[in-house]
Design a protein around this ligand. Structure first.
Ligand code: AMP
Ligand code: MG
Length: 320
């Protein structure tokens, strides 16, 4: 049978196309498929926010932008290092009408103060200043100074006016520091925003403060736990829709005459915690609770789990 040159060209093109379609079809429908339907790609991004390094990992390219923008607006509200933040203004004025978010976080802090027998106490701010942790000008203050500043400490000296969101300090000179709760709160807010934007898989690490949203292509997110002496890895956590928070005496500290003074202060004594433990990791559904409890248990020491486990039955405690 004879074909014209035009028909021959058409037939060759047709056969090549049909053959390619057949190859692709068989590759996709063979078991297991010869190549995956969707590449397992993860996007990574990082940013310095709230005084720490935030790392975001997600199959969704938009995730990091959502997380960073949420953390940044919370930092603007709650940071004591930003002079125009609501917390800085409250610390200067002693009484302030605040936003709903700021009121909520202070109210939660007072609840945790009661639940942790006063171990978690945002009014430690003047002690954090006195020991030099605010401006990295470390010093060991005399016992008299510590005693004087201790008069300003105690979350029972904060008055909340619920009807108009006003926060008031009972004594002049009082200050608050949300350094042990703000990142956990920011994680929860970021996760809420991610879900609203249909992102259901994301790992956020805010300087050791973690939230694992959903899973990583069907597997739990895996997180290495770092030991007190970097780069030692002491364990691997598998997390799915959980937060993990670690507080330790190796994050921020100074040494004086062989004594280690860390940035977490015992609000009862006025001294940096020296409870014989090096770190506490808390795993909880909420970033806020994990953040608060890791600091509180670090203050309470080895008995921390015993004191808190009935009040927080879903929480996991790792004390070292
Ligand atoms: P974290 O690293 O989450 O344990 O938080 C430690 C930070 O919280 C410190 O740098 C202080 O700003 C603040 N802080 C220190 N001691 C306490 C305490 N007993 N209760 C609440 N906040 C504290
Ligand atoms: Mg904390």
């Amino acid at each position: 049978m004879a074909f014209s040159a035009k028909t021959r060209k058409f037939l060759v093109a047709f056969l090549i196309t049909a053959w390619s379609i057949a190859l692709i079809y068989s590759a996709l429908h063979s078991h297991p498929p010869k190549f995956p339907l969707k590449a397992k790609r993860l996007y990574h991004d990082n940013r310095l926010l709230m005084g720490t390094f935030w790392e975001v990992t997600s199959p969704n390219k938009q995730a990091s932008g959502i997380v960073f923008s949420e953390a940044s607006s919370i930092e603007q509200l709650l940071s004591k290092y930003i002079p125009a933040s609501e917390i800085s203004r409250l610390n200067r004025l002693g009484k302030l009408k605040v936003s709903a978010d700021t009121f909520y976080i202070i109210k939660k802090s007072l609840e945790y103060y009661r639940q942790t027998q006063g171990a978690f106490d945002i009014t430690v701010a003047p002690l954090v200043d006195l020991w030099g942790f605010t401006n990295q000008n470390f010093q060991e203050p005399g016992a008299d100074k510590i005693r004087a500043v201790l008069n300003l400490v105690g979350s029972d000296k904060i008055i909340l006016h619920e009807k108009d969101n006003v926060v008031e300090f009972k004594l002049p000179g009082m200050k608050i520091d949300l350094g042990a709760i703000a990142k956990g709160f920011a994680l929860d807010c970021a996760v809420k925003k991610l879900k609203e934007n249909n992102v259901h898989s994301c790992l956020i690490n805010a300087g050791g403060q973690i939230y694992a949203l959903g899973d990583n292509f069907g597997q739990s997110w895996k997180i290495a736990i770092q030991g007190a002496r970097k780069p030692e890895i002491t364990g691997i956590l598998k997390l799915k829709n959980k937060s993990a928070s670690t507080s330790g005496n190796y994050e921020q500290f100074f040494l004086k005459a062989g004594t280690r003074y860390c940035h977490i202060i015992n609000p009862k004594t006025g001294y940096p915690v020296n409870s014989g433990i090096t770190s506490v990791t808390i795993i909880d559904d909420s970033g806020l609770t994990a953040d608060v409890l890791s600091t509180a248990v670090f203050v309470l020491g080895k008995d921390g789990e015993k004191i808190l486990k009935n009040k927080f039955p879903r929480t996991r405690f790792y004390i070292k």
